[in-house]
Design a protein around this ligand. Structure first.
Ligand code: HPA
Length: 273
């Protein structure tokens, strides 16, 4: 079965369970599982029940699709994502993005934890992505192009939508939430960086470093979707502070910062509809 047939089957399954399409989706990353608690949830489908979805293995990632509503705007939250470092192919990582597109989603809000590379940043700050550097050595569009999804050589000049970025920054300012615009430096993980790598990535133009986002953003841009990327600085990257890194810290900062992320997302949702 080819990918378009698989997408069609998955879409049919989800529609038979949920009964609604939506124009907007949010991907909730590490430590942001509670995002869905801030919205009215109409229906939940476990990833494990969805045909052709991979299995999530990371703690802090629920692995479910929530059909939500906010002030009358219906949208989807993909609570949990697939990472390349789990051993999934880059194509499996972006399968949910292809599914949301099939379900009518035109705008995706990608959230993620990240390590702060820019020395101005502090643990807990929010960074709206103005661009990314895909340093993973892979790309989800490698292989025969799926013409039904997008063109062979899609352009990535303004991969993160300028209007959505401005709206996010404005909302943050209004709510007195500290937020920067920065460049996301995408790596495979799962090991955290060495201090020398962090120095190198800063010289290359990265403001934050993380193990997700870039494939999802590329796949979304391939399908001409609008993309907003919002990260929170869960920790300063290796070598910047004296403290050692651990995943628990990432999850704990997510819990604290989650509310601020939610407020920004609410502002954006109210604007898009
Ligand atoms: N490095 C890479 N990915 C991350 C980090 C980090 O320091 N923190 C959260 N995701």
């Amino acid at each position: 079965m080819d990918i378009l047939q698989k997408i069609e089957k998955t879409k049919k399954y989800i529609l038979s369970r949920s009964g609604f399409k939506a124009g907007i989706a949010v991907i909730a990353g590490s430590g942001l599982g509670q995002l869905k608690e801030e919205f009215e949830i109409i229906k939940t489908i476990k990833y494990s029940k969805i045909p052709y979805f991979a299995k999530t293995t990371v703690s802090g990632h629920a692995g479910e699709l929530n059909f939500c509503s906010h002030k009358g705007t219906k949208f989807l939250i993909f609570s949990g994502r697939f990472h390349y470092y789990e051993g999934h192919s880059a194509q499996d990582v972006v399968y949910p993005v292809r599914i949301m597109n099939a379900l009518g989603v035109k705008t995706v809000i990608i959230t993620a934890a990240a390590g702060g590379i820019n020395k101005k940043y502090k643990h807990g700050d929010i960074v709206v992505l103005k661009d990314h550097i895909n340093f993973t050595g892979n790309n989800p569009l490698i292989g025969t192009n799926i013409d039904g999804l997008g063109e062979r050589f899609p352009e990535m000049t303004e991969i993160y939508d300028l209007k959505l970025r401005n709206k996010s920054i404005k909302t943050a300012k209004k709510l007195k939430i500290k937020a920067y615009e920065g460049v996301y430096f995408g790596v495979t993980g799962p090991s955290y960086e060495t201090a020398a790598e962090v120095d190198a990535y800063r010289k290359l133009g990265g403001d934050i470093v993380g193990m997700s986002v870039v494939y999802e953003a590329i796949a979304a841009a391939h399908m001409k979707m609008k993309v907003l990327g919002i990260s929170y600085v869960s920790n300063m990257a290796a070598g910047i502070n004296k403290t050692r890194l651990n995943h628990q810290e990432v999850l704990e900062t997510g819990k604290k910062t989650g509310l601020n992320m939610t407020k920004i997302i609410k502002g954006v949702l109210e604007d898009i509809k």
